[in-house]
Design a protein around this ligand. Structure first.
Ligand code: F6R
Length: 610
């Protein structure tokens, strides 16, 4: 949510900043801006809209400067217009900042500053921080101190970069609750919300911690807490490659990521699944092994798509390990005094590893003395670093705002955890082997579904006039119904609801008429017949039935208007296959309707605010 980048080094900065913004645009695209230090003054160019709009205004020949900061915004305070765009300046235009996060006490700070004669131009909370730093500089005449004092006064969260004409060869960065990664290059430093903006320059990075500042000059960098205590940081290596954050010939990141799923699913179990032994090896859980062995209850918490995979995980873990599992939205978990005991395990699932509510749920878990385990994609992210143990899903960077490959990889890891716990308890080796063998088949089976993309595209075209969709599934496929509906609404803006199929008759059935497409996930399992009865109920009311069905099920053509077949697997892995046609259907529908698939309106990839 908001992407920020700052650069100091030996190359012309304007192109570097714009490139960095493009790499992070999925974090927010309401407005964009740059501040470049040139000839003793700060040149700021900012514009509502996407980075492409800003790029038209930046004349690279105008700037020889090698230091600057930039921002791409997801609006919280103040509408997304030119004035509210970042960077923001202090009252005297000598200091410029870019900020990701929320300054919660901005109103009182602003009132105090206005009373002292300082002036404001925008409606944003971030400008208050800029003006506050300026006011403090007026007093202490030292940028580092001014920033430090300001950060001790503000409440809320920040990822921050500060540039000033007072100390022209310095960028000060800081973090509390919003990610900041510092790239250490040859004679250059680049600091950003996301390693994607850094990798072109260097693979060597430091992940700043909460309440930590980095002071970057042309000669080196220092890190300190905002209480002025020196800190030391481990230098990490960025694990992904540049190609992974490019479209590789696909028209959209979302389509690329859908098509990556055979590989990403395989990467999630690679080196962990011991299929011939019916077991798994999960190094990331070693530190929590004892707690897992004696766990009486598991709580899984997450948001959005990750919450849907959590629901699949609940069914898998209860089935394989016979441990009671509850699933809760992280936003509810954190505020409702959930009872937690030292023997409880809380699993936090997050693609970005930065979702504010999920991170807060992890803190709450640890505060109450339970064990927190992360299932995270982004290496070095806040959730990955705050949990007691964890497993990376290894899906590689997910850039499309609508989550796809993370969902299937999360289910893969949840199935591995189910096997791990199951084999610790009563799950037989032969059952473990059967599930392991099924898991090995999944990448090829996803490939087979992807080969039907033209068929799915043709079907999607038939429904572009529909304004509502219902998605129904039971058992393991109920969360798939929720996920299919979420994909449809977030990228095509068509209203869609997911329901457990049998719940339909308790209300949603009233919506069904001959204009209502109903997507059934009706794979062959022990409740197949029940789902067929639900299909009949829709047919009787002239609803249009789209069925995701198991290969070989010829009967279903008697009940459904359209059938997409998926290969057979064990029921607990069906969601991984059943979701693929639904991802493709939402994608093709959105493209057909002319929607911006990778940057749907009002959304951002990493939700770092509450
Ligand atoms: C939907 C989507 C969101 C995220 C949610 C949680 O396509 O992407 O619903 O799943 O914001 O994000 P993470 O997994 O990063 O915590």
């Amino acid at each position: 949510m908001c992407g920020i980048v700052g650069y100091i080094g030996n190359q012309k900065v304007s192109g570097i900043l714009l490139n960095g913004l493009k790499r992070m645009e999925y974090r927010g695209y309401d407005s964009a801006g740059v501040s470049i230090l040139t000839d003793g003054s700060i040149e700021t160019i900012k514009k509502s809209g996407k980075v492409a709009q800003l790029e038209k205004l930046v004349d690279h020949t105008q700037f020889d400067s090698t230091i600057g900061i930039a921002h791409t915004r997801w609006a919280t305070h103040g509408e997304p217009n030119d004035i509210n765009a970042h960077p923001h300046h202090d009252s005297s235009n000598k200091i410029s900042i870019v900020h990701n996060g929320i300054i919660e006490n901005y109103a009182i700070l602003k009132k105090n500053l206005i009373e002292k004669g300082y002036t404001f131009r925008s409606d944003t909370d971030s400008e208050v921080l800029a003006v506050l730093i300026g006011a403090l500089y007026d007093r202490v005449k030292n940028m580092e101190e001014a920033v430090r004092y300001a950060l001790n006064e503000v409440e809320g969260t920040y990822g921050l970069c500060v540039l000033s004409v007072y100390e022209p060869d310095k960028i000060i960065a800081a973090r509390r609750g919003s990610p900041m990664v510092l790239g250490i290059g040859e004679g250059e430093y680049i600091v950003a919300s996301d390693a994607a903006a850094i990798i072109q320059h260097t693979r060597q990075v430091i992940y700043l911690s909460d309440n930590e500042m980095a002071i970057l000059t042309r000669d080196g960098y220092e890190t300190k807490t905002i209480k002025n205590e020196k800190t030391t940081n481990t230098i990490h290596e960025i694990e992904f490659d540049l190609e992974q954050i490019e479209k590789a010939g696909f028209p959209h990141f979302m389509l690329k990521e859908i098509f990556e799923q055979p590989d990403t699913f395989r990467d999630s179990f690679r080196g962990r699944l011991l299929a011939d032994k019916g077991n798994v090896k999960l190094g990331g859980l070693t530190q929590a092994e004892e707690q897992l062995r004696k766990a009486k209850r598991i709580l899984i918490t997450a948001c959005g798509t990750s919450w849907h995979s959590a629901l699949v995980g609940e069914y898998i873990i209860e089935n394989l390990a016979q441990i009671p599992v509850e699933v809760e939205y992280a936003s509810e978990f954190r505020y409702r005094n959930t009872p937690l005991y030292p023997d409880d395990i809380v699993i936090a699932i997050s693609q970005s590893g930065e979702t504010a509510d999920t991170l807060a749920a992890v803190y709450e878990t640890k505060q109450k003395g339970a064990t927190a385990i992360g299932i995270v994609n982004v290496v070095g992210s806040s959730i990955a670093r705050s949990t007691d143990a964890g497993i990376y899903i290894h899906a590689g960077p997910e850039i499309g705002v609508a989550s796809t490959k993370a969902f299937t990889s999360q289910i893969c890891v949840l199935a591995l955890i189910g096997l791990y716990l199951g084999r610790m308890k009563n799950l037989s080796q032969s059952d473990g082997k059967r599930i392991g063998a099924a898991m090995l088949e999944i990448p090829n089976q996803i490939e087979q579904i992807l080969n039907k993309s033209d068929e799915i595209k043709a079907m999607a075209k038939k429904f572009t006039k529909s304004r509502n969709f219902l998605y129904l599934g039971r058992g393991y496929n109920f969360p798939v119904a929720l996920e299919g509906a979420l994909k449809m609404k977030e990228i095509s803006y068509i209203h869609a609801e997911g329901y457990p199929a049998a719940e339909m008759k308790h209300g949603p059935i009233a919506l069904i008429d001959d204009n209502m497409p109903v997507v059934f996930i009706a794979t062959k399992d022990e409740i197949y017949e029940k789902v067929i009865s639900n299909i009949q109920e829709v047919r009787a009311r002239r609803g249009k039935v789209i069925a995701i069905a198991s290969e070989g099920d010829n009967d279903i053509t008697n009940y459904a208007d359209h059938v997409i077949y998926i290969p057979n697997t064990v029921p607990m892995l069906t969601p991984v296959l059943a979701v693929i046609p639904l991802q493709l259907m939402a994608y093709y529908m959105a493209v057909e309707l002319g929607c911006n698939v990778d940057q749907p309106r009002n959304l951002a990839k990493s939700v770092t605010v509450e």
